[in-house]
Design a protein around this ligand. Structure first.
Ligand code: 6PG
Length: 237
């Protein structure tokens, strides 16, 4: 797998170096579109950005989207939007029109269609796919990414830009970008930390037996660059 690996001793350093990378990217652009992720590592990243880059990043250039959202209201503790608002948006100055929230409180099927046709249509379209400047992804212990879980591999291949997914344990519905949209991005960055990810990271990055059964292994940008930012706990076998 062609990926640029960035490995740091601790998760705080993953967040700090990725935040510095983000600053360079956003400030050097006219407009910079980012799909954000839920999960534990983005949370530390958002805290770091709020503390150190509230002023140093020109947030008016950033267009914020989400790679996936849980189907709950934006006030629910499970909401990826709520997590982002609490740890980042409440601490920076960014125009409201730059924020493209997935409406988790709406009917999942119709919201997946609306997000594709209203939000993603504002991005440049190439080969019938919206092109993000950057998509931030996490990886679950089961090898899922965004909300593409191993029992719904079809979401990697479908032509719809957004799909409805079901969490395998809780049954919670989620809205997710689909594989073709993710792979059309200019840059994709996995943020993966912690010992619990180590086994899957090893299988996926070294293409060991069975790696294709994990959604994260299918994330390989068509024309863009793939980064894996990790701490040693996740990366060193
Ligand atoms: C979500 C995510 C999901 C997440 C991974 C990793 O909404 O849950 O977008 O794909 O990134 O499950 O999460 P952790 O970093 O918390 O393990």
């Amino acid at each position: 797998m062609k990926a640029i690996k960035h490995i740091f001793p601790a998760k705080e350093e993953v967040a700090a170096t990725f935040a510095a990378f983000l600053k360079e990217q956003i400030n050097a652009s006219e407009r910079y579109s980012i799909a954000l992720s839920g999960g534990s590592t983005p949370k530390i990243l958002f805290e770091h950005l709020a503390r150190h880059y509230a002023e140093d990043i020109d947030w008016s250039k950033a267009l914020l989207f989400w790679g996936d959202e849980r189907c709950v209201p934006p006030t629910d503790d499970d909401s990826n939007f709520k997590m982002t608002k609490t740890y980042l948006l409440d601490h920076i100055t960014i125009p409201q029109e730059n924020i493209f929230r997935i409406l988790g409180e709406n009917n999942p099927e119709s919201e997946a269609q609306r997000y594709a046709s209203e939000a993603l249509r504002t991005l440049p379209i190439e080969n019938n796919l919206p092109v993000f400047d950057l998509i931030i992804l996490g990886m679950g212990g089961d090898g899922h990414t965004a909300s593409i879980f191993p029992h719904q591999m079809e979401l990697l291949e479908v032509d719809n830009w957004c799909g409805v997914a079901t969490h395998p344990d809780s049954g919670q519905q989620r809205i997710t970008l689909t594989g073709k949209v993710i792979n059309a991005a200019k840059q994709i960055a996995f943020l993966v930390t912690g010992e619990s990810k180590k086994e899957k990271v090893d299988i996926i990055l070294h293409q060991k037996d069975g790696y294709k059964s994990y959604p994260a292994a299918h994330i390989q940008p068509t024309n863009g660059t793939l980064h894996w930012w990790m701490d040693e706990a996740a990366a060193i076998v």
